[in-house]
Ligand binder design. Structure first.
Ligand SMILES: *[C@@H]1O[C@H](CO)[C@@H](O)[C@H](O)[C@H]1NC(C)=O
Ligand SMILES: *[C@@H]1O[C@H](CO)[C@@H](O)[C@H](O)[C@H]1NC(C)=O
Ligand SMILES: *[C@@H]1O[C@H](CO)[C@@H](O)[C@H](O)[C@H]1NC(C)=O
Ligand SMILES: *[C@@H]1O[C@H](CO)[C@@H](O)[C@H](O)[C@H]1NC(C)=O
Length: 180
């Protein structure tokens, strides 16, 4: 169904080889969290923070008002900026409850989950009966994921995620960043 991990590596190797291979770095530039249903979920906070030159992080907390939540889909779309933002390689929709029971079932979703795992309380299967927290996602860790684990080409990126509960889109989180 999804490309195999090995196929992705080849794809990225090709993409990467036509780009300048530099010592490049990722920077967050903006984050925007929007609830589409305030009775279902709302953001307590959602921000980027620069502690100093080498330590920057992102924190998000979502309050859930209709717990327990037993049916969740997660959609992740990556856009890369050319003249405007255009879809770039990834547009995945995952049944989160099923995926979280067996994270080996989908390598691409697992790659995205890896970003959150060390910093969040979402690393378990359904139901979700508590607020969701992403606590100080470290830019250095994101940087490692995007330049070493699966090297993205340089550019401006937007990661747009949709949080869909019971087939209704409840919230949108957009993370803007630059690899340069
Ligand atoms: C966040 O996104 C929403 C919906 O796209 C938009 O209405 C809002 O102005 C944005 N907020 C910021 C701070 O960019
Ligand atoms: C940046 O802040 C972190 C966390 O407070 C600290 O551990 C680190 O030493 C600081 N780095 C510099 C270069 O000041
Ligand atoms: C991603 O896929 C979803 C579901 O197939 C579709 O509704 C959406 O328009 C797609 N987004 C982009 C940017 O192509
Ligand atoms: C979180 O993920 C790790 C690595 O995939 C897994 O071994 C661990 O069991 C998970 N933790 C929980 C609480 O599910």
């Amino acid at each position: 169904m999804w490309p195999k991990h090995s196929e992705l590596i080849v794809l990225f190797a090709l993409l990467y080889s036509v780009e300048k291979v530099n010592d490049y770095q990722y920077e967050f530039t903006n984050v925007n969290c929007t609830t589409l249903d305030k009775d279902f979920a709302d953001f307590e906070y959602c921000y980027l923070k620069s502690v100093n030159r080498s330590y920057k992080y992102m924190s998000i907390k979502v309050n859930l008002f209709k717990t327990p939540i037993t049916k969740v889909k997660f959609r992740a779309m990556v856009f890369k900026r050319f003249s405007g933002y255009r879809p770039f390689m990834f547009n995945i929709t995952v049944d989160a409850c099923r995926f979280l029971r067996n994270t080996k079932s989908n390598p691409i979703a697992a790659y995205f989950l890896d970003f959150l795992k060390p910093y969040s309380n979402m690393n378990h299967s359904c139901p979700f009966n508590h607020d969701l927290i992403l606590d100080k996602l470290d830019i250095n860790f994101v940087n490692h994921q995007l330049t070493k684990v699966l090297p993205f080409p340089e550019g401006d990126y937007l990661l747009e995620t949709h949080w869909i509960a019971y087939e209704i889109n409840r919230a949108v989180v957009k993370v803007y960043g630059t690899l340069s």
